[in-house]
Design a protein. Structure first.
Lengths: 100, 100, 100, 100
């Protein structure tokens, strides 16, 4: 099952700057062979369900290893069976409608 | 790794009434042996990371089987290494602070 | 416009314990005359759109006043025009389907 | 108060294709003078708290007018008092850490 995920990981208890933790996750997600797109409020990920969620688990484990005692993550998880759709397709579809 | 999750599954393309789909997920989560608490905007779940996410995948598979062509799910995922904490602990902790 | 919201406010930069901040928000929401239900991963709120969002803004202001330099909030926001529905209705609707 | 928001609006009861509704919101947000960045799972918005939330309300009103009987929206809402930070700053901060 293919999934498109928006992942936002917030380590708690490590102060206000969290970019080093997010960067560590970006590396994990990319090394997992997933399609990854960083944006201002999270990271969009496209791939096989099991591979995506295995990588998210690795992110939690890594951030705890880096010293964060608590993690608060939010995810949007989209699946569909009616047709194939990539992250790029989703953006194009909205942009095409904006021209009308 | 223990996780506390807030799960909100929204099937798309099946009309405005989605309670039958949520109910099917409640059964899956309960049968998975997880601690489950339905609330007005989702379902709180407490359990082992792998078991929780395996059950969430079953929910997506079941809802597609029931006829939903598209699913939009949001999750809050909390882990911590500093101490054990249950969902009941979280509520009690806030309520205790409200009395002060 | 009536709205049902799930609010989860996470202050960042104040350590791992955030229950005192959540408790302060519960008081603000209740004093605003809104229907409020605390759960393990957030707070469900029912009320008029403008009153709900005004109260959420007060929560952010209050938490910053209490010393949090950064706040990360997630919200689920539901509106519908087809019929009246309360938070209690939503739960009952799922529970009724679970009995079938 | 300045806010950075991630907005994901899902109309329910209008079938599986929702891009026309998202496109209508993009126009509203842009016309409101906000900094707006569409991504694969939502729209990042930067601006004054009141102006951002007024625009989000207009989006809900517009989508109901377009015929959606129900809307499910998720938002990430970030505020900070320690320093000014733009959406572009957030991305640069993570990217800088990834090079290390």
């Amino acid at each position: 099952m293919k999934v498109i995920v928006d992942l936002c990981i917030v380590p708690i208890g490590v102060g206000v700057s969290i970019s080093a933790y997010v960067a560590a996750c970006e590396k994990i997600l990319t090394q997992a062979g997933l399609t990854v797109q960083l944006h201002a409020n999270g990271t969009n990920i496209e791939g096989d369900w099991d591979r995506v969620f295995a990588a998210v688990k690795l992110c939690h484990e890594k951030i705890h290893e880096m010293g964060a005692p608590r993690i608060f993550t939010t995810m949007h998880v989209g699946t569909r069976t009616d047709r194939e759709q990539t992250m790029a397709d989703k953006i194009k579809s909205v942009q095409a409608k904006m021209l009308k």
